[in-house]
Design a binder for this molecule. Structure first.
Ligand code: DQA
Length: 153
């Protein structure tokens, strides 16, 4: 059980998202990952909810972060990067997480190369937000808050 007096969301970032700001800015924008994390944290803070961020360039790091979230975090917002498209270990870890899961992408993978059209995260996500660029971080937090019954006005 999570602590009802201390609500928190795990924001999870996959491979290469640490390069945001420098990486393919035409696709992913110019904001850094730190800036997106700050956007998410500020939004959640309005509802009295903390955001913890973890980033890994490997699927195992994402799986272990989801395991650590069990009984600690109330919801997970995950941009798994390319792991989205093949990471069945991450899929299974998220399926074993007892709380809302929001899948997030800066770009719209469905409008890109065919290999990006499959998401193994989507079947275990309550909400999918993609293609909204940096705005997606705020939308994803709002979705998680709403699913927790903590909607912002
Ligand atoms: C991404 C989309 C993925 O296809 C890609 O591999 C990423 C970023 C996005 O945020 O648009 O690394 O998840």
């Amino acid at each position: 059980m999570t602590d009802p007096t201390h609500r928190s969301i795990l924001l999870l970032s996959g491979p290469n998202l640490n390069l945001l700001g420098e990486r393919q800015p035409a696709v992913y924008g110019t904001a850094t990952l730190d800036a997106h994390v700050a956007t998410a944290a500020e939004r959640a803070q309005r509802a009295g909810v903390e955001v913890e961020h973890a980033q890994s360039n490997a699927e195992v790091g994402l799986v272990e972060a989801v395991h650590r979230a069990r009984g600690v975090h109330d919801a997970i917002v995950v941009n798994a990067g390319a792991v989205t498209h093949y990471g069945w270990g991450l899929h299974d870890a998220l399926a074993a997480f007892d709380g809302p899961v929001v899948e997030l992408h800066l770009s719209n993978p469905s409008a890109r190369e065919p290999w990006r059209h499959t998401s193994v995260v989507s079947p275990v996500a309550d909400v999918v937000i993609q293609g909204a660029g940096g705005l997606g971080y705020r939308l994803a937090v709002d979705a998680a808050l709403g699913l927790l019954g903590l909607d912002l006005p």
